[in-house]
Ligand binder design. Structure first.
Ligand SMILES: [Zn+2]
Length: 417
């Protein structure tokens, strides 16, 4: 019996010229094979309802309930219950793994903070600030987050799944000895460090689409050539963490394995896509990773209240498709995203793309868009196109061209391109 994938290919008819016909066949074959792979190997959605309700406080912009909204939206749009999908409820990470990246003295202080103690020593470590408040149970919660990221990555490495997404993870700002930027434990650095230690020779590309520079992950692998760290973000001239300039390219063995693409306020999809196509995708392709970890922070969206980038979720979709073309084995992580509803839409689309499924709203017309608030575009997950105009656009494009030129000159040759 002919495999249904190939019967579809055999049935493909085209009136175009022979070369176009072959290219189309190859494209369709690859699409179908990748779809076949995810359906065979499986996918993992890391989620716990209880974790989604952890509360950073009413005035804090970080709301873990985005994960719950994403889970609900994925369910509503019929992209959560396919037979190859598994929901993984996180378990606490083995705390000995944390010290791969974190200073044990900081971890001890985090335990104290989690019990509600407030001391000057904690403040010196970034604990008890408006960004990183002392919260009862925060240590235990971060252990679960890190456990989810760690387990998902392990399962991908073992080929127990082809793709995974942890919308509760992605705390890219946490530093070895202090908390910052809403991040306490760096689940990303810990998981990747453990992976490359356990599987020598494994090549991991970390790509950070969050609007803020992924400073903590950069710190973890700045002298490392096993991990390529790429971050696209709003320039440090206008946004926390005030770093991530294109001149930060790694040191020693890691020279050329850290790539920063700082972007001007007002950067829109067109400018972003240019940076992806001209700098980011060619470098990841040249690195040829075994696995990609993607921080899908949705705070570069135009509606985000904390940043000044102007992307639509069309750019996020394109970014996810682009990295899948290079390496189909992907762990997606949440990260930022402070417009909760649009973050949930963006991540629902990302999960759909990772699984090669099309979201369809089975309840459209029954509940309209009210489930996710009257401000949502009713019945659609997809943003309308948006273009920045005038001087802001010109400045954003000129700066992106300058940064891309720098990367092509300084980093491309280190990878033979
Ligand atoms: Zn962010």
């Amino acid at each position: 019996m002919v495999d249904p994938i190939y019967s579809h290919l055999l049935g493909f008819q085209d009136k175009q010229c022979a070369i176009c016909h072959i290219q189309n066949l190859k494209f369709i074959e690859r699409e179908l094979l990748e779809k076949h792979d995810v359906q065979t190997l499986g996918s993992i959605f890391v989620y716990s309802d209880e974790m989604g309700w952890f509360d950073f406080g009413p005035d804090h912009p970080f709301k873990p309930e985005r994960a719950t909204k994403t889970y609900d939206l994925c369910t509503r749009y019929g992209v959560m219950n396919h037979p190859w999908m598994t929901t993984l409820e996180p378990e606490a990470i083995d705390i000995t793994f944390l010290s791969l990246f974190h200073d044990p003295a900081f971890l001890n202080l985090l335990v104290e903070a989690s019990k509600g103690k407030v001391t000057l020593e904690l403040l010196e470590r970034g604990l008890g600030t408006p960004d990183n408040p002392i919260l009862s149970g925060i240590y235990e919660w971060t252990l679960l987050v890190a456990g989810g990221t760690h387990e998902a990555l392990n399962r991908l490495i073992r080929d127990d799944a082809l793709v995974a997404f942890n919308p509760l993870g992605g705390f890219h700002h946490a530093m070895p000895g202090h908390a910052e930027g809403f991040c306490y434990i760096n689940d990303i650095a810990v998981a990747i460090m453990h992976a490359i230690r356990r599987s020598p020779g494994l090549k991991i590309a970390y790509i950070d689409f969050d609007a803020h520079h992924g400073n903590g992950v950069q710190e973890a692998f700045y002298k490392d050539s096993d991990v390529m760290v790429v971050s696209l973000h709003e320039t440090g001239r206008t946004l926390y963490p005030w770093s991530g300039y294109e001149t930060e390219i790694g040191l020693e063995d890691g020279r050329g394995f850290t790539v920063n693409v700082p972007l001007e306020p007002g950067t829109d999809d067109e400018v972003y896509d240019f940076a992806l196509d001209e700098a980011v995708f060619p470098l990841i392709r040249a690195f040829s990773p075994d696995l990609i970890v993607a921080e899908l922070g949705a705070d570069a969206l135009i509606s985000d209240p904390l940043t000044h980038l102007k992307l639509t979720n069309n750019s996020y979709q394109r970014a996810v498709k682009g990295i899948m073309d290079i390496c189909p084995k992907i762990l997606g992580l949440g990260g930022g995203g402070y417009d909760l509803y649009r973050t949930a839409r963006c991540w629902t689309l990302a999960w759909s793309i990772l699984n090669h499924v099309e979201p369809t709203d089975e309840f459209a017309g029954l509940v309209g868009g009210m489930m996710f608030g009257p401000e949502m575009e009713v019945g659609s997950l997809y943003d309308h196109p948006y273009h920045t105009e005038g001087e802001i656009k010109e400045k954003a494009f000129n700066e992106a061209r300058r940064v891309v030129d720098y990367i092509k000159k300084e980093i491309f040759p280190l990878h033979g391109i």
